[in-house]
Design a protein around this ligand. Sequence first.
Ligand code: PLP
Length: 329
Amino acid sequence: MTLDARSPETLAIHAGDLSPRTEGAPVVPAIVQSATYFGGGPDDKGEVQYARYGTNPNQLRVGRKVAALEGAEDGLALASGMAAISLTLLALTRAGDHIVSSSHLYGATRTFMEQELARRGVDVTFVDPDHPRSWRGAIRPSTRGLYLELPTNPTLRLFDLRPVGHLAREKGIPLVVDATFGTPVNFRPLELGADIVVHSATKYLGGHSDLIGGVVCGPQALVAEVRGLLHLYGPSLDPHAAWLLDRGMRTLVVRMERHNENATELAEWFAGREEVERVIHPSRSDHPDHELARELLLGPGGMLGVILRGGAAAADRFVQELRVAALAP
Ligand SMILES: Cc1ncc(COP(=O)(O)O)c(C=O)c1O
């Protein structure tokens, strides 16, 4: 595989470009809002194009763009972050198989593992990622995947994925990382030992709160398995949402740079207020994973936690008083 060596700034704009630069062709890719495509006659030996299969040009383009940014062989855009996570886990497992996962997870991911994988005969062992040795102890002959979310939602914890990546390689088991809160600008999971990266594109990648989307990036064979499940379960990204995601991503790098700066400055401001008990941001030296953040992240990110001295009542008052930031969980 040849990695695209262009800078993230350039990739975020141009990677995945499918259209030739011919005279009169539009500079901005068109929204191809079509479910079906001509073809399929007796002479057609190509792949059937159908928007549910993820082969619409807008879907293809944005999947390839995220893959290029991650340095992955292939990428597939899906209808939500949960579609990317659930189909990836389903692609890795069969009844009787086993997953080892960090216990620090986005709620729906945890519920999917506990309820949906269990219903399909797949066992999950949750390990405390503060104790890296627990991963090795939890592995069984039937283990088909290791799973980590970094940084975590909502507590912004970080764990060292490098030893988990070594273990994954030693055992021949893929390490899946949900890098939604990191983005390829701040966090490079594949370079640190992960095999597969999943994203909720709804957040930073889209960047404008106007779409729900997800992406899975990794080796071609695995992405092909997820694509096979997309054919059957059907959570395809609507072409218009794919186009919005592609457009949003053009500014990903500059947005992340500003997020990093703003959140660091705001964290500093909150830390100086006497109403504030603790500020949670990886830039802060009192963050439990501050040193690790300096090793793993290229930027601390825009997510910020604040614990007020007055407890829940003070927190309620605070969010009701917000004028610019919206209370929109
Ligand atoms: C870390 C993380 N992963 C996955 C998801 C799920 O993404 P979506 O809402 O796009 O399905 C979220 C959503 O909040 C998230 O924060």
